[in-house]
Design a protein around this ligand. Structure first.
Ligand code: G6P
Length: 368
């Protein structure tokens, strides 16, 4: 096993380091010289897309969080209404799905029982089913009409890292492909986003190297009983993933909330020393995030902010800032999740937890 870890202490940290390559492997085979996206053999022609009036994304755990970003990307670039739901709940609301629905199941393993059951339900109602999965030949890949494979390579640690970032890449590629075919995104914007995505191998590499700063923060912040993640827009989706990572492997109770919801309850739990991770990467939401940071600071919170390089204003408001490389606001989740993965990892290590095999959790859940 230690040979498989390639010199790393745990699979999780090894897999965090594998993300630049996993992102490249998922992205580059799909991109032509003029940025045309080749979605493997997925049959989503212009005519097919014109028929689709709704997209439903269903998944569990980390894959669900990728699905939330998928909703944002598809609505923004392809202008189709999207619902994202957790697979275990999807069936209970007698979902409105028909032959005009594109159903996207996101699953690293391709074996999750709830996701498979949701897929069958949607298929039974006539939906076109696209699977986004990391495992070739998995059950979900076999039952779907089309498959987009994330090329993350085998993921061993229970807490998902490289599968998530490649799922995000998949979501962006699917959304951009739909958008350019439908004509709902301009060629300029499409190229701008893809050119930026191409820099992500290098940007993620650079980010992983900030691990010492994060390790230091973890050394000081490992003993909290509660940790809150706040953000707005796609930052909120990333907060949810960061919070899940922390609770999965460190056993610290944590919660992620849309920052605007703080005042409706959670702020009552903020007291002297409470750790709050504030994601503030979205320019158009920055002022509102700044007010949220001030609100929790006023109640004694210790705030670690995640922001884009060059943002100095945040330094006055937060106790510590983790910078991500400058990038397009639409794409930040692929970058901003990296420090949150590292923070969860180092906090869990400091607490002496079994990082790769957390108690009560399984890599793939094949029971409903
Ligand atoms: C389990 C794993 C998670 C994963 C979830 C969904 O809970 O521990 O890491 O996100 O299942 O798994 P899937 O294979 O469907 O993505």
């Amino acid at each position: 096993e230690s040979a498989e870890k390639g010199g790393y202490e745990h699979f999780m940290i090894k897999e965090i380091h594998e993300q630049p390559k996993a992102i490249k492997d998922t992205l580059s085979p799909r991109l032509g010289v003029n940025n045309e996206i080749e979605l493997d053999n997925i049959k989503l022609s212009k005519e097919d897309l014109e028929k689709i009036n709704k997209v439903v994304i269903v998944a569990c755990g980390t894959a669900y969080h990728a699905g939330l970003v998928g909703r944002y990307a598809i609505e923004k670039f392809a202008k189709i209404p999207v619902e994202t739901d957790v697979a275990s709940e999807f069936r209970y609301r007698d979902p409105f799905v028909d032959d005009k629905t594109l159903f996207i199941a996101v699953s690293q393993s391709g074996e999750t029982a709830d996701t498979l059951a949701a897929l069958r339900e949607a298929k039974g109602k006539g939906a076109r089913v696209l699977a986004v999965t990391n495992v070739v030949g998995s059950r979900i890949s076999r039952e779907a009409d089309d498959v987009f494979y994330t090329w993350a390579g085998p993921e061993i640690a229970v807490a998902s890292t490289k599968a998530y970032t490649t799922q995000l890449v998949a979501m962006y590629l699917i959304a951009l492909n739909m958008g350019i075919k439908k004509g709902t995104i301009s060629k300029e914007k499409y190229n701008e986003i893809l050119e930026e995505l191409k820099t992500y191998q290098q940007k993620v590499e650079k980010l992983v190297e900030t691990k010492e700063q994060i390790q230091e923060l973890a050394n000081r912040q490992f003993n909290n009983q509660n940790v809150f993640y706040i953000g707005r827009g796609i930052d909120d989706h990333v907060g949810k993933e960061g919070s899940l990572k922390l609770k999965e492997i460190s056993y610290i109770h944590s919660e992620a909330i849309a920052a605007g919801e703080l005042k409706h309850g959670t702020i009552a739990l903020i007291e002297q020393g409470t750790l709050v991770i504030a994601l503030a990467t979205q320019e158009h939401l920055f002022d509102k995030m700044l007010s949220n940071i001030k609100e929790v600071k006023a109640r004694g919170a210790y705030v670690i902010a995640v922001a884009k390089e060059g943002n100095e204003e945040i330094e006055e408001a937060a106790d510590a800032v983790i910078y991500i490389p400058n990038t397009l606001d639409e794409l930040t989740p692929i970058l901003s999740v990296i420090p949150l993965q590292l923070l969860a990892y180092y906090i869990a290590v400091t607490r002496g937890c079994d990082v790769d095999k957390p108690k009560n959790l399984a890599k793939s859940v094949t029971v409903e």
